[in-house]
Design a protein around this ligand. Structure first.
Ligand SMILES: [Zn+2]
Length: 191
């Protein structure tokens, strides 16, 4: 079942909805289709192209939504699917300051890591090991990251996400895909 990217009237990415929800938005003229998915829905009297990207016809004011949600998928995308300590393909999540030492589960303390670095580091802080992370971990910025965090993706969305942090996403997506091939579990945040 394809998912559909919803843009505000101002073209800012708002979220991802089901195909059914997107069709209702278009049929009730609350949104217009900007990109078709190539699929069609056949009704009794006519067929409807299934959208891939829709734009709301009226601007919706979105309240401040706080930082980008920390999901394993978004984290691997931010860190380009690579271990921040050694650059190998990342397959696990590491808390830079271990939770046992008061480290928080936040963007500035959670990184993608390979299993051997994670194992070697155990519950020690990196200062004890003489390891460094450059640049320091930070929350990703841009509305595109809220779309990335949903785990839904479609190459047709990229031109619409690019002005909102999508470029970083494009680069990191390739690496994250490589990490997936190596067996990284991207669903659920884990330890
Ligand atoms: Zn490593």
């Amino acid at each position: 079942m394809p998912h559909v990217l919803v843009l505000n009237a101002s073209h800012e990415p708002l979220g991802v909805v089901s195909m059914r929800r997107a069709l209702v938005l278009v049929l009730t003229q609350k949104a217009v289709c900007l990109e078709e998915s190539g699929a069609v829905v056949r009704g009794a009297t006519h067929t409807l192209p299934v959208p891939s990207v829709v734009r709301l016809t009226r601007f919706v004011r979105i309240p401040y939504r706080g930082p980008v949600p920390l999901t394993r998928r978004a984290l691997f995308a931010r860190d380009h699917g690579r271990c921040v300590y050694c650059g190998a393909v990342a397959t696990s999540v590491d808390h830079v300051v271990p939770r046992s030492r008061g480290g928080t589960h936040t963007w500035d303390n959670v990184v993608a890591a390979c299993r051997s670095c994670n194992h070697l580091k155990a519950d020690r802080p990196i200062t004890e090991l003489g390891w460094r992370i450059r640049p320091a971990p930070a929350p990703p910025h841009g509305l595109a990251w809220r779309i990335i965090g949903t785990g839904h993706r479609d190459p047709r969305w990229l031109p619409y996400l690019r002005p909102y942090g999508g470029d970083q996403y494009v680069a990191s997506r390739r690496a994250a895909t490589a990490a997936l091939r190596e067996g990284a579990e991207l669903d659920g945040i884990g330890a």
